[in-house]
Design a protein around this ligand. Structure first.
Ligand code: PGA
Length: 255
């Protein structure tokens, strides 16, 4: 089955609105065609301005996080309806930086994913093991658990995107080899099949963790890798544009 790739830029806590605007104007020139959808996740304060700069381009807006409640007394938080209102299509939930630095649990991540789906948006659910867990041979066990907990009570696959991001590969310059990544992606697909039967074939499973112009094509050519979640390299136009081209080539090969 041919899945349309998704290449999503995660800017993390980078770019002021003034820096983001000229960059977004450049990004608006990118096209993924039928092969790949392109999404950009700026910081909250830049969402509105970047959304306007991308309006009627081939690039869609994403958010890096959300709160699970739709409104209320949650000082400093941002709800899914607010993100939908500024034009977000995707919301990243459960990024490892939030799990590790801000104590987000699997059940909180699950609540967020459900809130995103309830509003008609797509969650990009991040899962991944630490270096210690990998060295102890626990990778697949950890992945199974995070997937099961993150997707608990979600009845079908429609709009769900998974991002496998080994924590030891994020921002470290160390990438999982294509074979290491494919092993985990195949495991994820297998588990999704148990939960959603043939619906699992439609789910896009992105790889994230030091994706760069020179490793993107090999990673995305793997059978169960359907795109990328890109941090550092998404902050440079040429590097991100090259990753989009790599996605198009990799997708073309799978036809
Ligand atoms: P990186 O980040 O590409 O800088 O490793 C990926 C991510 O955290 O989503």
């Amino acid at each position: 089955m041919v899945r349309r790739y998704l290449v999503a830029a995660n800017w993390k806590m980078n770019m002021t609105v003034s820096q983001a605007l000229p960059f977004a104007a450049q990004l608006a020139t990118l096209t993924g065609g039928e092969a790949a959808e392109i999404a950009v996740a700026p910081p909250f304060v830049a969402l509105s301005a970047v959304g306007q700069a991308l309006h009627s381009s081939g690039v869609v807006l994403a958010a890096q996080n959300c709160h699970a409640a739709s409104a209320g007394a949650y000082t400093g938080e941002v709800s899914v309806p607010m993100l939908a209102d500024v034009g977000c299509r995707y919301i990243i939930v459960g990024h490892s930086e939030r799990r590790q630095l801000l104590g987000e649990t699997d059940s909180l991540v699950n609540e967020k994913a459900k809130a995103v789906l309830a509003a008609g948006l797509s969650p990009i659910l991040c899962i991944g093991e630490t270096l210690e867990e990998r060295e102890q041979g626990k990778t697949l066990e950890i992945i199974s658990w995070q997937l099961q907990a993150g997707l608990a009570g979600i009845p079908n696959e429609v709009r769900v995107v998974i991002a496998y991001e080994p924590i030891w590969a994020i921002g470290t310059g160390k990438t999982a080899t294509a074979a290491q990544a494919q092993e985990v992606h195949a495991h994820i697909r297998g588990q999704l099949r148990k939960q959603w039967k043939e619906g699992a074939e439609r789910v896009r499973i992105l790889y994230g963790g030091s994706v760069k112009a020179d490793n993107a094509e090999e990673l995305m050519s793997q059978a169960d890798i359907d795109g990328a979640l890109v941090g550092g390299a998404s902050l440079q136009f040429e590097a991100f544009a090259a990753i989009i081209e790599a996605a198009k080539k990799a997708a073309g090969r799978k036809k």
